[in-house]
Design a binder for this molecule. Structure first.
Ligand code: GLN
Length: 200
């Protein structure tokens, strides 16, 4: 399993460590030529969504990545990564990929008091520690978006086909269950593609 990790800014190394510990191969996406490599999945890390959004456009990565996501590439967005995927931001006029039909509120817990941890249940994953760092949450979902977790009544994890969006940071905890779930999504996609090419 080869996973591309957007590595322009933010917590990308932490994701790579977890994914490698689960047996995946990772490479960092920093410039256009990195996109020539095949990937079975894409990670959009936490950090600052405005910075990542701007750099992706400047480095000419944005359209290519958006197209791959729309074509079904499994993508895992955490925190700022979730903001990059969201179709709408309730408290910001910006929009990035806009491939995930949800409305997200940035810095939803306030800027200073926004960091905390809680242990909660996530569907398909189990009970896990959830660490929030100046985190967004999901205010509403549309269409076939499946809610996977809520904390204090707020939606913090969703799945929409090939897209997994969560507002917390599993890569900074000792628990790798969310990453294992994402790798399972990637494996299922890979198997589906193999079946298709077998028929063709
Ligand atoms: N507040 C950040 C943003 O809006 C996200 C914070 C994070 O990724 N930890 O991009």
């Amino acid at each position: 399993m080869v996973i591309g990790v957007l590595a322009l800014q933010g917590a990308f190394i932490e994701h790579e460590k977890v994914l490698k510990s689960l047996g995946a191969e990772c490479f960092e996406i920093r410039q256009k030529k990195d996109l020539e490599r095949h990937m079975d999945g894409l990670v959009l890390p936490g950090g600052e969504s405005t910075v990542m959004g701007k750099l992706m456009v400047e480095l000419d990565l944005f359209e290519n990545l958006k197209e791959q996501i729309l074509n079904g590439l499994p993508v895992f967005g955490t925190c700022a990564g979730l903001i990059l995927l969201a179709q709408n931001l309730s408290n910001d006029t910006k929009k990035y990929f806009g491939t995930l039909p949800v409305t997200v509120k940035r810095n939803a817990y306030g800027r200073q008091l926004g960091s905390f941890s809680k242990e909660e249940e996530m569907k398909y994953v189990g009970k896990i520690p959830m660490t929030f760092i100046r985190a967004p949450y999901i205010e509403s979902v549309r269409g076939d978006v499946e809610v996977l977790a809520k904390v204090d009544g707020n939606i913090v994890a969703v799945r929409y086909g090939n897209q997994l969006g969560i507002s917390f940071h599993p890569e900074v905890t000792q628990n790798s269950a969310v990453h294992a779930y994402f790798l399972k999504m990637c494996r299922q996609k890979q198997n589906a593609l193999k079946t298709l090419s077998g028929i063709g």
